[in-house]
Design a protein around this ligand. Sequence first.
Ligand SMILES: [Zn+2]
Ligand SMILES: [Zn+2]
Length: 487
Amino acid sequence: MNAAPAPRSTFQPLTTERLLIRRFLATDLPALLAIRTDPELRRFQAWDAMDEAAIRRFLESMAAAEPGVAGEWFQFAITLRTSGELIGDCGLHLLAEDPRQAEIGYTLSRQFQGQGLAKEALRAILTYMFQRHQVHRIAAITDVRNRGSIKLLERLNFRREGRTHQAFWNKGEWVDEYLYAMTASRWETLRENRARTRTKQETATKAVLLGTGTPNPDPYRHGSAVAVVVQRNEEGKQSQGQAYLVDAGPGVVRRAADAAERGTPALAMPGLTRLFLTHLHSDHIAGLSDLILSPWVLERNETLVIYGPQGTKALVDHLLAAHGEDIRERREGLEPSNDQGYRVEVHEYEAGQIYRDDFVQVEAFRVEHGTWPAFGFRFTTGDRTVVISGDTRPFDGLVEHYRECDLLIHEVYSAEGFERRPPEWQRYHAAVHTSTQELAALATIAQPGLLVLVHQLFWGVSEEALVAEIRAAYAGPVISGHDLDQF
Ligand SMILES: [Zn+2]
Ligand SMILES: [Zn+2]
């Protein structure tokens, strides 16, 4: 490329622990040809096989290209730092009509998959694009059958925003695709959190939001439910781990199945065996029948163990009685079934340490949410502390339970939206829930690694405005949670 013109602003290579991400060079031809002619790699990709001449033309076009130019693609070459070998590439396209928005594509040579290299590369490229080129949003579109790509995007915390049906013609068939996206503010918030997360521990803990809704029937927010999932790190690999569900709002079983499909196998039906209830409001328990029965029908062969406040035993007894005919028919009829999976063991707890096993220790703390017993939980594992507020108003002493936690998953309502509520409702909300201003004050004292908003009561305020209300009085990382987000 001796005749290449001097680039407008030279792209400097990005370095990560194992990778050097640079611009393409003419010498990449054989390695790129191997990647672009691998039929397995191509299967779910929009591009077709390229011959040597096409690769050469592509490399020539990339010699003078720069990232961050509206309407143009820039292709990053992903290479190993140790050997210099080209192992894949990542393309980024800024929309011509709005260069604050981009689309990303990526390919990793098959022999280098499964080692976290694509994640490492994309992390560096996303950070570079968001910080250096002030991109606002990066979208990724993937074939719904491309499990590797889906897993990668989920692990990078891209949000799945939608699914198209037979909207793209690829390699002789109509295909369905998922649209994923990441915004700059979400990326920066999660980056701060990652920086705090201790790595290389015995366990790896994450929280998956299964339902972030309230009694308002928002189709995108199912009833309250969070899963704390703890995996064990064994010789560089993670075990499937154990899931601990907190609350069972309507939709919990289907959201768990979705999370399992996206790469959290601990949330597959047979694994749904531990449930902790914060309180007995219907938006937190209306999915309980489903959680008792459906996983059993789908071959859960273990008793469901529930830790709940006073009243849980009566609730479960009545549910089992209500579904008595269903249980009898499935057990006595022709349907293959086991005799264990529909059974429930209930422990009614008081404040204090209520559960402990090899993975986790769970402490329940009393909250103020009406006249009945209601609780929040503090999960302590080998690598993290996760606090889930349940539904509560702020009160003296509450913040003590939040201190030094890595993740604070908290209910909230908009202080601005509150002003528009009728007086009788204002009285109720203020007595049982936490406003953005109140939560900002709590978080300022507690300093959680990451504050995640759930059970959001917007009352007409936008999500961006809700987060801004918190940020006005709290400087730490905060994110407004959506169903199936994981942190
Ligand atoms: Zn609630
Ligand atoms: Zn409630």
